[in-house]
Ligand binder design. Structure first.
Ligand SMILES: NC(=O)c1ccc[n+]([C@@H]2O[C@H](COP(=O)([O-])OP(=O)(O)OC[C@H]3O[C@@H](n4cnc5c(N)ncnc54)[C@H](OP(=O)(O)O)[C@@H]3O)[C@@H](O)[C@H]2O)c1
Length: 338
């Protein structure tokens, strides 16, 4: 079994939780940690800047079996290195446009390792939840209720500030429909005592993963914050193009609402050709960092025991029911199906 891994970004909000979970769950695992800020006291630390491909040379000759990427790498230097060196690769970081580019590139390569993209919502578990409901569907809608009190890393704030003005696609009847964050209000009745809320368009990689990867003709993601006032204000700001006038640093300040940690709730609604709707809802009382770290560790454990090489989205490496069982075994996680 593979036993030697490197977590790049292993000192960040999500990366450090992943490392902590791995140390608890697989104590025999040999874990290296990489990031830009030197930590000379730690012999298992590698000073790596993913923007500088030369710094990856230190990975050589350490027998690394798998690299888990928790630091944004828009130039795909780590992905390219793993494909070239035949090292397994698990990536939780890519926003939609970067995932599209990286996935399409990887698909053209001769791959002699496992290349797994778990950049989707909460570490890429939406697919497993949807396919647990039914093996075939025509439409997937993801509804997210995000708490402003949840903990978010700096990278996440940066992502929203960077992308709030950019159009992205949702898919209707197989056609790409351009939209922007926080537009197109739609009322949705959430479980877990939240009730009916207006939800708004949001760009997460699932739109691409399910449309291009899984050939689903209708894919949309809608989100709302736990404050109706904030959700409505963001909608109005986008409607009047306010974000286009704000500098990146002001936008960062607007979205820098990281709290001390709170629940995350989301619901996946799938509909088949006959119009039959099925819904699965998930609540994690410890929030997004907990759930993302849990998902990443679940994928990583599967990859360590697998020899099936290729390019995958993370839900494609699991049996859907085994993911649901693993989620249900967590005391912080509740799941409802109807
Ligand atoms: N798929 C999901 O569900 C999901 C959920 C949450 C977050 N994410 C993504 O996961 C990533 C980490 O999020 P986070 O909240 O943990 O962010 P964070 O707290 O800002 O942590 C970022 C980590 O990356 C390292 N880093 C940053 N730039 C680097 C570079 N150029 N080279 C090497 N290391 C670098 C940082 O350490 P140094 O500063 O020392 O370099 C730190 O360890 C982000 O890309 C975020 O968008 C994905």
């Amino acid at each position: 079994m593979k036993n030697n891994i490197l977590v790049i970004g292993g000192t960040g909000l999500v990366g450090s939780r992943i490392v902590q979970n791995l140390r608890q769950e697989i104590p025999q695992l040999n874990i290296w940690i990489g990031s830009r800020k030197a930590q000379p006291q730690d012999p298992k630390y590698l000073k790596i800047d993913v923007q500088n491909p030369d710094s990856l040379s230190q990975i050589k000759n350490r027998g690394i079996d798998l690299i888990l990427l928790c630091a944004a790498d828009p130039a795909d230097n780590v992905l390219r290195y793993c494909v070239k060196e035949g090292i397994d690769y698990l990536d939780i970081t890519k926003p939609t446009p970067e995932l599209q580019r990286a996935y399409r590139w990887a698909k053209t390569q001769k791959v002699a390792s496992q290349i797994v993209f778990s950049s989707g919502w909460m570490g890429g578990i939406v697919g497993s939840m949807a396919y647990h409901l039914t093996p075939s569907f025509d439409s997937l809608k993801l509804f997210i209720s995000y708490s402003l009190n949840d903990l978010a890393g700096e990278s996440t704030t940066h992502f929203i500030a960077e992308n709030v003005t950019k159009p992205f696609h949702k898919y209707q009847q197989g056609q790409a429909v351009a939209t922007k964050h926080f537009l197109s209000p739609e009322a949705h009745n959430f479980g877990f005592g939240i009730g009916t809320k207006n939800t708004y368009d949001f760009d997460i990689p699932e739109n691409f993963i399910f449309h291009e990867g899984e050939k689903i003709p209708n894919v949309t993601t809608k989100m709302t914050y736990n404050s109706d006032l904030v959700s409505k204000a963001l909608y109005l700001a986008q409607k009047i193009h306010l974000f286009d006038w704000l500098s990146h640093s002001v936008r960062r300040a607007v979205f820098n609402a990281s709290g001390k940690g709170d629940r995350v709730i989301f619901e996946v609604v799938v509909e088949d050709k006959q119009g039959l709707k099925r819904k699965i809802s998930l609540k994690d009382s410890e929030g997004q960092a907990h759930l993302t770290a849990f998902s990443a560790v679940m994928h990583l454990k599967k990859m360590l025991s697998s020899t099936q090489n290729g390019v995958f989205f993370s839900h494609q490496i699991h049996e859907p029911s085994s993911v649901i069982q693993a989620l249900l075994a967590q005391p912080q996680i509740s799941i409802k199906i109807n």
